[in-house]
Ligand binder design. Sequence first.
Ligand SMILES: [Zn+2]
Length: 563
Amino acid sequence: MGYKRITIIICFLVGFLSNAQDSLSYQSPLDIKLLPSGSFGELRSNHFHAGFDLKTNRQIGKKVYASEKGYVSRIKVKRFGYGKALYIKHPDGKTSVYAHLSKFNPKIQKWIKKYQYQQETYAIQKFPGKNSLPVKKGELIAYSGNSGSSSGPHLHFEIRDEQSRPLNPLHYTFDQLKDDRQPQVKGLYLYPVSNDAHINGSQKRTRIVMRKKNRRTKETNPVEAYGKIGIGINAYDQFGLTVNHVGLYKITTYVNGKKHFQMKFDCFPFSKSRYINRMIDYAFYKENKKRINKLFIQNNNKVPFYTFQDQKGYFLIKHQHDYKLKVVLEDFHGNTKTVEIPIKGNKKSLKKGVNNRKTPYYVKTGEAQMYEEDKIDVYFPKGALYEDQYLDVDFQGETIQLHNYKTPIHKPVTIGFDVSHYSAKDREKLFIARVMPWGSKYYSKTIKEKNRFYTKTKTFGKYTLSSDRVNPTIKPVNFRDNKWMSNYRYLKLKINDEHTGIDTYRATVNGKFILMEYDYKTDTITYDFNDDKFVDGENKLKVVVSDKVGNTAIFEAKINRKN
Ligand SMILES: [Zn+2]
């Protein structure tokens, strides 16, 4: 009998109980047809998706409504990430989140602008109290957009529990979402894990061809295997009407008809989201841009979706025993797809020593480790890596090749450079850059101490010192010097910086701060004339933009206006 454990997902249960108590029912935040383009728990880059992405007909400006009654508990405006986001706290303790918005409703807009002007900043975060901005269920709260790190207009919607852990919204809303499409499996892989294990004679991950058995089932030819093995799948689901690939809800494996392993996407704390890089076959993803979900739990994997496991999901295949392995994929609405994998146990004599290449750089996951050559130092905190391993590290003067991009980093690794031989003036323009395989250099957030600059990174690769002596650029978009702009609603400029990117920008009219909203995707900063900061007649506009090493550009123009 193997070791068994059932993880009870407390956040989900608590949320569910309090929901029943207050009998709140969350409505869709949009009044257009519900077309999800992303689902809860979907596998994304370095994280699990925390909510649902809802299509907005490729447009911005769709009305966004409060899903339930409550009050605005948080307003967050950021250049990246969620962009403009609104959080509503509900009487049952849950919070709904609306992100990538284009603007808030006039009342909320006015409330937050006051603070943006007070603090002279676009990026802001505020936590209005219970009585500041109450909302009714179905009240218009905002307009959908494409702000922040969004790759097209849509609404990102979440429901979180009292501890700010995202919950699967399908438990609470979207009843109108009907779905009769089955999950699809694109790839099935078997992993030999123990040293004596093999899959059809191979000691490497092996793709297994599937064929259709019936509408709900796929099957494979019998696989010869031995030892400790695991299953990996590349799979997706679709909602009725949309073409978008979304995540699954439940994945279960069976051996000889007995449940062996299960994962369910109900709830997760943000602190565990990055473990996705341990759950998927990370190297395969980096090489092929496809994610294989490993249906077994390796050490240092704290993904919170595992709800049942025997032998941590691994199978122990014995010589001359037959096994029926089965993977059942299920979406939230109960549509399933099953894959049947017959296994024939067959011990084989294998070539010894799969990979015993050693380097001087051995990093253990349970210990911190530091390496140093004359000008560069590297520090791995405890838990930086998921596995103890030898790394390829090459110190080349002012450049370091730090292993390869196919290995995930969980906790940031510090890379430090000795800059004592640079003059104080040169140091000002100096920064740490990540060098891409094709030669492009990207600014890596550089912390400057007197004789040492350092950066923290979660990406292996090549790092070097570089300098940036080029000023940002500032260009007017919809005006020129001395223009009359009485009939304009917006004032727009493009700001750009080639090497290190824009750090700060500040716009004033007649010496007073004006709020300009920055969209990094279009390099545009925008002022809304309704903010009423221009006087009748001539106005002096000044825009100052600095990059990340402090190169600064100044733009000035006269703008005439009759309000
Ligand atoms: Zn999203």
